[in-house]
Write a protein that binds this ligand. Structure first.
Ligand code: DLZ
Length: 144
């Protein structure tokens, strides 16, 4: 069945790190929400500095009464140090926690890649757009 989502509000929280990638993820997510029946005026965008901040940014948005679902978009690219692992761990945990705490779908749309090419492939390249997939996940959860 097709669920009527015309009155549902969705927040998209976007990390500015690796902006070229996260803007593509945003575009994919935005378009998929519109395609899925969410009104343009019911999509609220917020930016945070890096993926690490998606946890709190996502929680803040999910705590807003009027928000029905939150999509967190980021791109963490591995460097030469274990820093990558700490950010990925923290944000995966933080986004999970934001969803459980608020009992709302808080979607993990974070690329965790070994290099920029892998990220581009997943942000509108040969493996699709993971922002779009994150939006479809939100839509499915809103129809639960
Ligand atoms: C510091 C940092 C590094 C090295 N790499 C990334 C990255 O690849 N992707 C990303 O989204 N953020 C990165 N950051 C920033 C952290 O997410 C965070 O903003 C800072 O550690 C400050 O809390």
């Amino acid at each position: 069945k097709k669920v009527d989502l015309s009155s549902r509000k969705v927040a998209i929280v976007v990390a500015s790190w690796n902006e070229e990638i996260t803007e593509s993820l945003y575009e994919g997510a935005f378009n998929a929400l519109i395609e899925g029946g969410i009104r343009k005026s019911n999509i609220i965008r917020k930016d945070v500095p890096g993926s690490f901040e998606l946890s709190l940014g996502g929680l803040w948005m999910a705590e807003r009464k009027e928000i029905d679902a939150v999509i967190c978009l980021g791109c963490v690219i591995q460097g030469d140090t274990p820093h990558f692992d700490y950010i990925c761990q923290a944000v995966a945990y933080g986004i999970t926690e934001a969803g459980l705490k608020t009992r709302k779908p808080v979607i993990f749309g974070v690329l965790t890649t070994l290099n920029k090419a892998q990220a581009l492939d997943r942000a509108g390249g040969k493996f699709g757009n993971k922002g779009e997939e994150a939006a479809l996940t939100a839509i499915q959860m809103l129809g639960f």
